[in-house]
Design a protein around this ligand. Structure first.
Ligand SMILES: Cc1cc2nc3c(=O)[nH]c(=O)nc-3n(C[C@H](O)[C@H](O)[C@H](O)COP(=O)(O)OP(=O)(O)OC[C@H]3O[C@@H](n4cnc5c(N)ncnc54)[C@H](O)[C@@H]3O)c2cc1C
Length: 428
C-alpha cells in the first residue's frame, strides 16, 4: 500500500501503482506547538513549509529544516533529511521524541526510545517499508529574526575542508559561535563555506526570491563576503531555484525570470516539470534530434567522513562532469547509531549533493555505479531517494540488512508494505 500524496521529493522512477494509495489528506497539519516545552505535535505528511510557518511566530524552528518546502516531516524522518544545522543538531530523526506509526499489521503504535524502541530506531532510512508515521512529536529550538552570513572563498579543497573541520571542532568562526554551516564547490579553484550566525540586530536584508539568485550571490573573487537574510528567507534560500537546478528550465535567464511568476519559482514546480519530462522523454528526444546520445541522470546525496572529503571531491571533479556541488557537514547528535543508516557517533561526515545528468556510459547507470563504488571505498554512504544499483549483499551490508529483517518480521509480518531493497534498488 503506497501513499497517495500530492507532492514528493523522491527521484527514483517507481513502478506504476496498481492499487489505490493511502489517502493522506487528513494528515497534513500542525496539531499543536508548545512554546514552553519547545515541542510540536505534527501530522506525518505536514510539509516543512507549513511546519515552519506555524513555529516561526513563536521564534522557534525545527532543529533541522530540509531545504525543499514540500519535504514532509514524515518523509524527512523515514528518508533522512539534512541541512546547515546538521553539524550541531544531527539529522531530523534525532529530534523526534515519539511518533505514531501505522504499521504493516494495520495497528497504530507509539514508538519512542522507550516504547517499541526497535521500530523507533529502525524507522530512519526505512522509506515507509516498516510503516507510515502519522504523528510525530519533535523538539524545536529558538531562532532569532535574522541570519548574518559570511561566504568564505577557498582556492583549495583541502583548505576548505580543514576550515570546516575547525569550525565544527571549536563551534565558532573567528571566536563567534556558528549556527549554520554549508558550502558550495564550483571547481577545484573556487569553493565556499557559507557560515551563518543568528542575530536580532535589525538592518537591510537581501531577497533572492526575485531577480537575484542565491547561489550566484555567494561567488566573489577572494576573501569573505557578508550578507544578511531574514530567518524565513534563510531557511528557504535553496528552494526558490532548487539549489541551482532551475537553470535547466531557463528560470535563471533574466529575460525568462522576469516573466516567470514568483509563485512558480519553487522546487515543487521544477519537480513536477521533471516528472513530466520523464513521463514523455522530452530531454532524450531533444538530445536525439540534435544528434547527441541520451543522458544518465545523476541526482544523488552522499556522505563521506570528513577526512576523506577532499579526496572524494577531487575524484569527482576528475571523473564526473557536474558542477556545482553542495556541501553540508553533519554529526550525529547523540551517542547512538541508527541501524539502517549506520554513521559513527562523534564523528563528522560531509554530505555532498550533485543533481544533474551526464552522457550515458557503456552500461546502464555507469556513472552512478562508479560513484557508489567510490563512496563505499571511502567508508561513506548514499541516500536512497534516487537511483541505486547495489547488489543485495552490498545493500544489506551498508544499510543494516539483519536489523531490518528482524524489525520487518515484527511490524510487517505479511509484507503488506514493500521491502526496502525492492523499493530503493529494484524501483518497485
Ligand atoms: C534533488 C533533490 C535534492 C534533495 N536534497 C535534499 C537536501 O538537501 N536535504 C534534505 O534534507 N533532503 C534532500 N532530498 C531528499 C528528501 O529529503 C527525501 O527524498 C525525503 O524522503 C523526501 O520526503 P517527502 O516528504 O517529499 O517524501 P516523498 O518523496 O513523498 O516520499 C519519500 C519516501 O518516504 C516515504 N514516506 C513519506 N512520508 C512518510 C511517512 N509519513 N512515514 C513513512 N514513510 C513516509 C514514502 O513512502 C517514500 O518511500 C533531496 C531530494 C532531491 C530529489
Amino acid at each position: 500500500m503506497r501513499l497517495a500524496k500530492p507532492t514528493s521529493n523522491l527521484f527514483r522512477a517507481r513502478a506504476k501503482a496498481t492499487a489505490k494509495g493511502l489517502d493522506t489528506s487528513g494528515l497534513t497539519g500542525v496539531i499543536a506547538v508548545d512554546p514552553d516545552a519547545r515541542t510540536a505535535d505534527v501530522a506525518g505528511m505536514c510539509t516543512y513549509e507549513d511546519l515552519v510557518a506555524a513555529t516561526l511566530p513563536y521564534g522557534l524552528a525545527p532543529l533541522v529544516v530540509p531545504q525543499l518546502k514540500t519535504i514532509t516531516l514524515g518523509g524527512a524522518v523515514t528518508g533522512l533529511g539534512i541541512e546547515s544545522t546538521s553539524f550541531r543538531n544531527g539529522l531530523p530523526h534525532e529530534s523526534v521524541l515519539e511518533m505514531d506509526v501505522l504499521t504493516g499489521t494495520g495497528e497504530v503504535l507509539t514508538a519512542s526510545p522507550n516504547q517499541h524502541a526497535d521500530l523507533f530506531r529502525a524507522f530512519p532510512n526505512s522509506y515507509g517499508t516498516l510503516g507510515y508515521s502519522v504523528r510525530l512529536r519533535i523538539e524545536l529550538e529558538t531562532v532569532r529574526p535574522f541570519v548574518a552570513l559570511k561566504h568564505v572563498r577557498f582556492h583549495s579543497l583541502g583548505e576548505l575542508v580543514a576550515a570546516m573541520d575547525r569550525i565544527i571542532e571549536t563551534g565558532g568562526y573567528d571566536g563567534t559561535p556558528v549556527d549554520y554551516l554549508d558550502g558550495v564547490v564550483f571547481s577545484a579553484d573556487e569553493s565556499y563555506l557559507c557560515v551563518g550566525f543568528q542575530t536580532s540586530t535589525p538592518g537591510p536584508v537581501s531577497d533572492y526570491t526575485g531577480q537575484q539568485i542565491y547561489y550566484r550571490s555567494i561567488q566573489h573573487a577572494d576573501g569573505v563576503k557578508d550578507d544578511r537574510l531574514t530567518i524565513h528567507d534563510y531557511l528557504w534560500r535553496w528552494d526558490t531555484d532548487w539549489f541551482w537546478c532551475s537553470r535547466a528550465f531557463g528560470a535563471q535567464d533574466p529575460r525568462i525570470r522576469r516573466v516567470w511568476p514568483r509563485r512558480y519559482r519553487r522546487s515543487s514546480v521544477y519537480w513536477k516539470l521533471i516528472a513530466y519530462d520523464r513521463r514523455f522523454n522530452i530531454a532524450d528526444r531533444i538530445e536525439k534530434r540534435n544528434g547527441r546520445p541520451p543522458r544518465e541522470r545523476v541526482v544523488q546525496d552522499i556522505e563521506v567522513p570528513i577526512e576523506r572529503t577532499a579526496e572524494f571531491l577531487e575524484w569527482f571533479l576528475d571523473n564526473v562532469p557536474i558542477e556545482p556541488m553542495w556541501l553540508c557537514p553533519l554529526r550525529l547528535r547523540g551517542d547512538d547509531t541508527w541501524p539502517l543508516y549506520p554513521l559513527r557517533p562523534h564523528h563528522t561526515y560531509v554530505n555532498v549533493g550533485f543533481w544533474s545528468s551526464v552522457p550515458v556510459g557503456p552500461e546502464e547507470g555507469y556513472t552512478n555505479r562508479l560513484i557508489e563504488r567510490k563512496v563505499s571505498e571511502l567508508d561513506g554512504h548514499k541516500s536512497l531517494y534516487s537511483d541505486s544499483y547495489y547488489s543485495l549483499d552490498e545493500f544489506d551490508e551498508l544499510y543494516g540488512g539483519e536489523a531490518y529483517k528482524t524489525v520487518k518480521k515484527t511490524y510487517d509480518p505479511d509484507s503488506r508494505l514493500l521491502d526496502l531493497y525492492a523499493k530503493a534498488v529494484q524501483r518497485q
